[in-house]
Unconditional design. Structure first.
Ligand code: ZN
Ligand code: FE
Length: 256
């Protein structure tokens, strides 16, 4: 049985905050609390006791609730070592390859810089759950605020190696806009076309498109397909290095 029970809380315009509860112990982590109030209220409603905050990076829409939640619950704040000075209230610093255990649920930490220079992701293998913040989105990836294309491609390549069944719990509902862009660079991709239609149906019904699975992303997310010859060909970059293809896709998205 999956060790984690995950509850998704939509906040602000398009952020998702997650409550991840270890079924065996009741330990509950909040992933990237943009805000405190709705998170505390939802935990209360569920009867879940918040014991941890897991931050992926320092941006305010991922850490804005840190101090208030810590004050209300006495929880432990876990965050990226490389960003220790930018994570409010950080107690435990983690880095590439570290394993952090919350209750009995173990997360492997990946250092995935690019969106920010300290970004990390949490991989709960037993639960098939990846919390990747603003590094990988459904059909997209984070803007390169503090990193270069080669670095982001390297970060995404770490995530590409996880099982296809991995659930991708990203931090924003950007999927519909991402789909429109993806179709502009990968129009020949039938699975992408079908997925884009499905996303339109889900959004029209007000249903989240997150989490997706890594398998879906590998097949349809143009940022993960920078090493796919058929995508490179559509961009006029046949034979180019994946980093060059990735940079082209990222650049086009920035101007889309
Ligand atoms: Zn961010
Ligand atoms: Fe964000």
């Amino acid at each position: 049985m999956s060790r984690l029970e995950v509850h998704q809380i939509p906040v602000l315009n398009d952020n998702y905050v997650y409550l991840a509860r270890c079924r065996a112990t009741g330990a509950t982590g909040v992933v990237d609390p943009a805000v405190a109030e709705p998170v505390l209220a939802e935990a209360e409603r569920l009867g879940w006791r918040i014991t941890h905050i897991l931050n992926t990076h320092h941006h305010g829409d991922h850490t804005g609730g840190n101090l208030e939640i810590k004050q209300a619950t006495g929880c432990t704040i876990v965050g990226p070592k490389a960003d220790r000075d930018r994570i409010p209230g950080i107690d435990v610093e983690v880095d590439e390859g570290d394993r952090y255990t919350m209750g009995e649920a173990e997360a492997e930490v990946f250092f995935v810089p690019g969106h920010t220079r300290g970004h990390i992701a949490y991989w709960f293998a037993e639960s098939d759950a990846l919390f990747c913040g603003d590094t990988l989105f459904a059909l997209g990836c984070g803007r390169l605020f503090e990193g270069a294309p080669a670095q982001m491609w390297d970060s995404l390549s770490k995530l590409k190696r996880l099982p296809k069944t991995a659930k991708v719990y990203c931090a924003h509902e950007y999927t519909q806009a991402n789909a429109r862009f993806a179709l502009s660079v990968d129009a020949a991709n039938d699975r992408l076309k079908a997925r884009a239609e499905e996303i339109d149906r889900l959004r029209a019904a007000g249903t989240p498109t997150v989490p997706s699975t890594l398998g879906e992303e590998l097949a349809t997310n143009p940022f993960l397909r920078a090493d796919a010859p058929d995508l490179a060909a559509q961009l006029g970059l046949s034979g180019a290095d994946p980093v060059e293809v990735f940079a082209e896709v990222r650049g086009r998205k920035d101007r889309f």
